[in-house]
Write a protein that binds this ligand. Sequence first.
Ligand SMILES: Nc1nc2c(c(=O)[nH]1)N[C@H]1C(S)=C(S)[C@@H](COP(=O)(O)O)O[C@H]1N2
Ligand SMILES: [Mo]
Length: 263
Amino acid sequence: MLLRPKTVSRFRPTATPDASILAEHRSVVREINRRGILRGSLTLGALPLLTGCNVSDRDAVQSVLRSVSAFNDAVQAWLFDPNKLARTYDASLVVRPPRFNAYYEIEDVRPIDITSWKLELSGLIAEKAPWTIDQLYAFPEQEIIIKHICVEGWEYIGQWSGPNLRQFLTRVGADMRAKYVVFHGNDDYMESIDMASALHPQTILATKYAGEPIGDPYGYPIRLRTAVKLGYKNPKWLRAIEVTNTYSGGFWEDQGFNWFAGM
Ligand SMILES: Nc1nc2c(c(=O)[nH]1)N[C@H]1C(S)=C(S)[C@@H](COP(=O)(O)O)O[C@H]1N2
Ligand SMILES: [Mo]
């Protein structure tokens, strides 16, 4: 989707609203509604009130929806409490195996060749030497039993363990004042999170699920697992981590989803 900022005249006669405008921006609309930013839900009738603009103008509607979503990011970042712990669960509730999701089907998962695999580090990190899986397994492990929530409308409780991300970033000399941590998956999935969430005590680089190495579909050999973000902000099959001040969005944000996606 292309974002073209455009000035809109308020004095044009309002054309008949076209329902396909909202349908085209389904994911952003869903996110705005889910977050409860508006009282009630975002409907075609509410759009002119919200925007003061001609709802038949597709570009205008799109830029307004985007700015509501961006505003949402700023408010969420401001409301986010880096010390507040998310709810954890009893081990008896852990679902085995986890529930699979990716932007493609489980049959299309391409297993990683662990003999050549390394975790690359780049950006504002002092020690950029890549890490092997054995080095990562030797790192102190933290376990979290947390709920995974996917915006597609399902959730499950999972038991994840691996290096705490704050401890890992400290070990490699990452600049903790940087704004973003970016994760690249072996499947070309990319997601970035804010530094405060990266440093949250319940954010880990998970190598294990329910005490066993994570299975191929769920992100072997290592993935991000954080209690403070929605499912899509938990990239799997990591191949690289980057610390940066440059905003780089992510796979689902490019489809219109909210970037902060925190809880
Ligand atoms: N590399 C990669 N990571 C990804 C995805 C993906 O397609 N590729 N999908 C995301 C989405 S939308 C969800 S809900 C979770 C699903 O993780 P699970 O299969 O372990 O439940 O992974 C996230 N991380
Ligand atoms: Mo998801």
